[in-house]
Design a protein around this ligand. Structure first.
Ligand code: PSV
Ligand code: MN
Length: 427
């Protein structure tokens, strides 16, 4: 769906006076505190977060799926939806595809379509967690870690095929989430499963183009409930260290056991120059894939504190990161949900940018835990939303993307175009 930009101008003109008042007040306070407001706004405007192709339709659970209307029916429509998001917020300038859910039939045309919305292709994702109808060997007992070489070879070939699809589109990275694991003690030998997986990863790694990276995503459980081959950041880091410099860890916020200190994991990965990127989402209990920032916004802020610290410290040598969302659920309009997720990520980033780092370092040197908390929470409790709105305004996006989406009845329009009962490929 193509949006008439003059509608955005109208929306922005209407909201402009109130925005200027809020932005003016915040700018003057931040400037008094010594923050370079214009530079912060520029950094926020430049920050892009990739949208997962599988989150554009309504998610489901193993008990059911309540599809909404107007879901994208093809890869082309998924790209159009991400284009729409990007037009609304100018912060969603990339899409992350999942193969075989999103096989591009005509890569040139797909690339042109994406370029028409100023979209790039972020990491391509392989899928050896589901059997495909025409597939010879089953992944019931694993894929890259399988005891049977024929199954491993099939899974390796799939990953290489995904790299090929990515190359055709201009993607520069492959994300491997390996669901392999066991459900019962004794089912497999941990050491041998690891060795088989490493060997499979090595064969995939050998096929990576020079300017590509591979992200190794970890997850403690699900679909298997006793053990997972790449269960945690330690296993991911171990594989990455053995594979070489193009292999980097991927942190999916939902892939941790309750109360794990994710910000410390982020710091450790950065310290080793081994952080590849993120799958942002939020959760209360497990891998809930809820809207980013909806449950634990303080944790998200603490993660960004580590990221800003790592990205600005001369001691840290980490490649550029891939910022991606991995969320989807039953009850919200997926496009509204994604707008909220992007906003939450940028809020955490903006808050982390206004932490008084010199003062924090001093408090740490003096073991002043009270002062350290004052400093962090002063930044966290600052309402930075006018900075984000200003960044959007300067970039030509909508001042209030969700409100605009509703004013313009965009979902209703998509339903008119695509129908009430449509089905996006994905989980
Ligand atoms: C697995 O839970 C995961 O986080 C992986 O990133 C998959 O690619 C994605 O969700 C979609 O199933
Ligand atoms: Mn993920």
């Amino acid at each position: 769906m193509l949006l008439d930009k003059s509608l955005i101008d109208g929306h922005n003109t209407y909201g402009s006076a109130l925005h200027q008042k809020k932005f003016g007040l915040l700018s003057s306070v931040l400037q008094d505190e010594g923050h370079p407001v214009a530079a912060i706004v520029d950094r926020l405007a430049a920050f892009q977060i990739a949208i997962p192709s599988w989150a554009l339709g309504t998610g489901g659970t193993r008990f059911g799926r309540f599809a909404g209307g107007g879901e994208p029916r093809s890869l082309e429509e998924k790209i159009e939806d991400v284009g729409l998001l990007h037009t609304l917020n100018q912060s969603s300038g990339a899409i992350s595809l999942h193969i075989p859910w999103d096989i591009p039939q005509n890569p040139r045309a797909i690339q042109q379509l994406a370029a028409s919305f100023e979209l790039k292709f972020d990491a391509v994702n392989s899928n050896t967690f589901q059997n495909q109808p025409d597939q010879e060997n089953s992944y019931k007992f694993g894929s890259l870690s399988h005891t049977d070489k024929a199954v491993r070879d099939q899974a390796i070939a799939h990953n290489i095929e995904v790299i090929r699809h990515g190359m055709e589109l201009g993607s520069k990275s492959l994300t491997i989430w390996l669901s392999d694991g066991t459900d019962f003690p004794g089912q497999q030998n941990f050491r041998r499963s690891f060795a088989r997986t490493l060997n499979s990863f090595e064969q995939i790694y050998a096929q990576l183009p020079d300017d590509w990276k591979v992200f190794i995503e970890y997850k403690p459980y699900e679909p298997h409930f006793y053990s997972t081959v790449v269960a945690d950041w330690g296993s991911s880091l171990l594989f990455c260290q053995k594979l070489g410099e193009k292999a980097l860890g991927l942190v999916d916020l939902g892939h941790h056991l309750p109360n794990t200190n994710i910000e410390q994991i982020v710091s450790r990965f950065l310290m080793e120059g081994k952080l590849g990127g993120f799958h942002f989402n939020d959760s209360k209990y497990g891998d809930d894939d809820l809207t980013v920032g909806s449950i634990r916004p303080y944790q998200l802020f603490l993660i960004f504190n580590e990221l800003v610290d790592g990205m600005t410290s001369s001691e840290v040598k980490n490649p550029e990161l891939s910022w991606m969302i991995d969320a989807s659920h039953n009850v919200k309009d997926p496009l509204e949900d994604l707008l909220q997720s992007v906003e939450a990520i940028k809020i955490a980033y903006a808050q982390a940018l206004i932490i008084d780092r010199d003062a924090l370092e001093k408090a740490q040197a003096e073991n002043d835990a009270t002062q350290a908390q004052e400093i962090l929470q002063h930044a966290y409790r600052t309402d930075v939303r006018p900075l984000l709105a200003e960044a959007r305004l300067q970039a030509g996006a909508a001042l209030h993307p969700v409100a605009f989406y509703r004013e313009q009845k965009i979902r209703q329009e998509l339903i008119k175009q695509r129908g009430e009962k449509t089905f996006a490929t994905g989980l």
